[in-house]
Design a protein around this ligand. Structure first.
Ligand code: SAH
Length: 395
C-alpha cells in the first residue's frame, strides 16, 4: 500500500500526542494529498516528529484511524493477527457461557483498529467494514480470523459507499450459509437473526446488560410499553421476566419479527400487543385515552424522520421523556436509552431532569448503564462509549 506522510496542525498536535486515534480532516495540514482510500498515513508534527501511523478511510466522522504509535510498526499480517488474538482471548468467558452465544468479539478502536467490528452469532461471524480504507486490509484480517477461531460461516457488511451508493449486496463471505433465521441466545433469551437482510440483523448486542437487569429486577407482573421496539428485544426480556408488553414501531416488518421472537421464546404472542404506528402519534393517543403503564422503555434512534415527525435525540429527548412521564404510573419506571454520540451522560441526565421539572413530577435514578464489556472502549476516545441508559422511578 502507498504510504503518505502528513503534517498535523499545531493546535491538534497535543491531541495526537495523547493518543487520540481518529484522524480528523481538519487536523491535517494538507488533506488534499489524500485521494484514494488505499494508503497508509504517517502523521508528523511541525518539527517532523512522528505522531502515529494509520490508514486513510472516510467515515461519517473522521477520515481514518491511527493504528499504531510506533514508528517501526508495519501494518502487516502479524499486526492484525496480534490485535485480533488479543480481542478474542479477552472474550473467552463469553465463548464459555452456557446461556449466551452472541456477543461482540472486536469493537473498533476499543480493540485497537478503528473502523472494524466483528460480532459473533452462534458459530457465525459478522464483520462490519466502516470504510473503503479498512476494507483494503481485508485479506490479512480474514486470514487472521481463520487461523484463530473455528466457525460455521463468515458474513460481512460494507458500511461505505461505492460509486456514491451504500453497498447493498449479499453479505455471505465464506463457510456454510447461515440458516434463516439463525437463532441465537443471550442470557437465556432467544433472538432470530438474519445475517443477510440489510444493515440491521435483528438485535442490538450492546443492550445485553440492560435487558438482563430489566428482566431480572423490574418485570414481574408489570405492564410494559416498549417504544421504537424494532424486533421487540426489550419486549422479549420483559416478557421472560413476567411482564405483559405493548411494542410500538413504525416499520411494518416489526410485527412479524416481534411475533417470531415471541414464538422462539415459547411466549404466546396473542397475550402481547404489537402496534405498527408512529410512536409520537401513539403517545398522543395513549394520553387522550388515559392509558398508563408500569414501565415505559425509550430507545429511539439518534435521528428519525416520519410523516408526522422529525426527531433528533440531541434536541428532542426531553419532550420524548415528557410524553413517557405522562403515561407512566406513579411508582412506575422509565428506561431512557440513547446511542447518540454527540452528547454525554451528564447532558443526557439534564434532559431527563428538565423533563421531570416541566412535568412537575419527581424521580429517582435506579440504575445507569453504558456499553458492556465485550464492546471494548478506550479512554483515548471517550466518544466511542456512546451508549447511555438511565432507569428512573417516577413518583
Ligand atoms: N429499541 C430497539 C432498537 C431501535 S432501532 C431494540 O432494542 O432493539 C430504531 C427503531 O425505531 C426502528 O425499528 C425504526 O423503525 C423505529 N422508528 C423510527 N422512527 C420511529 C417513529 N417515529 N415511530 C416508531 N418507530 C420509529
Amino acid at each position: 500500500m502507498k504510504e503518505t506522510i502528513i503534517g498535523v496542525k499545531k493546535e491538534f498536535v497535543n491531541k495526537y500526542k495523547k493518543g487520540y486515534p481518529l484522524i480528523l480532516e481538519e487536523a491535517l495540514e494538507n488533506p488534499k494529498v489524500l485521494k484514494e482510500e488505499d494508503q497508509i498515513i504517517t502523521l508528523i508534527d511541525d518539527k517532523k516528529v512522528f505522531l502515529g501511523k494509520g490508514y486513510y478511510g472516510k467515515q461519517n466522522k473522521g477520515c481514518g484511524w491511527i493504528l499504531s504509535n510506533s514508528k517501526n510498526s508495519s501494518l502487516d499480517y502479524k499486526f492484525f493477527y496480534d490485535k485480533l488474538r488479543n480481542a478474542f482471548s479477552k472474550r473467552m468467558k463469553f465463548y464459555h457461557s452456557k446461556d449466551t452465544n452472541t456477543f461482540r468479539v472486536f469493537n473498533g478502536e476499543g480493540d485497537g483498529i478503528g473502523g472494524l467490528t466483528i460480532d459473533y452469532f452462534n458459530e457465525y461471524y459478522l464483520i462490519t467494514w466502516y470504510s473503503k480504507g479498512i476494507y483494503e486490509f481485508k485479506e490479512n484480517i480474514i486470514k487472521a480470523i481463520k487461523s484463530l477461531v473455528s466457525f460455521d460461516g463468515i458474513y460481512e457488511k460494507k458500511r461505505f459507499e461505492e460509486n456514491g451508493m451504500v453497498v447493498d449486496e449479499d453479505s455471505y463471505m465464506c463457510g456454510k450459509k447461515a440458516p434463516e433465521p439463525l437463532i441465537v441466545k443471550e442470557n437465556g433469551v432467544n433472538f432470530a437473526i438474519y445475517l443477510n437482510d440489510g444493515a440491521m440483523v435483528g438485535v442490538f448486542l450492546d443492550q445485553k446488560e440492560v435487558r438482563k437487569s430489566i428482566r431480572d429486577k423490574y418485570s414481574r407482573g408489570k405492564r410494559v410499553l416498549n417504544t421504537f421496539s424494532y424486533t421487540g428485544a426489550f419486549s422479549m426480556a420483559t416478557a421472560k421476566g413476567g411482564a405483559i408488553t405493548t411494542s410500538v414501531d413504525l416499520a411494518s416488518r416489526s410485527l412479524e419479527k416481534t411475533t417470531e421472537n415471541f414464538k422462539i421464546n415459547n411466549i404466546d404472542p396473542t397475550k402481547h400487543e404489537i402496534i405498527v404506528e408512529d410512536v409520537f402519534l401513539y403517545f398522543k393517543r395513549a394520553k387522550k385515552e388515559e392509558l398508563k403503564f408500569d414501565m415505559v422503555i425509550l430507545d429511539p434512534p439518534s435521528f428519525a424522520t416520519s410523516k408526522e415527525n422529525r426527531f433528533s435525540a440531541a434536541k428532542d429527548y426531553k419532550d420524548l421523556m415528557k410524553s413517557a412521564i405522562d403515561i407512566t404510573e406513579d411508582e412506575g419506571i422509565i428506561i431512557a436509552s440513547t446511542n447518540c454520540a454527540t452528547f454525554n451522560m451528564t447532558r443526557f441526565k439534564k434532559f431527563i431532569d428538565d423533563a421531570f421539572k416541566e412535568s412537575h413530577k419527581n424521580y429517582q435514578i435506579l440504575e445507569e448503564h453504558s456499553l458492556p464489556g465485550d464492546f471494548a472502549v478506550t479512554e483515548k476516545f471517550p466518544e466511542g462509549n456512546y451508549l447511555k441508559v438511565v432507569f428512573v422511578s417516577v413518583y
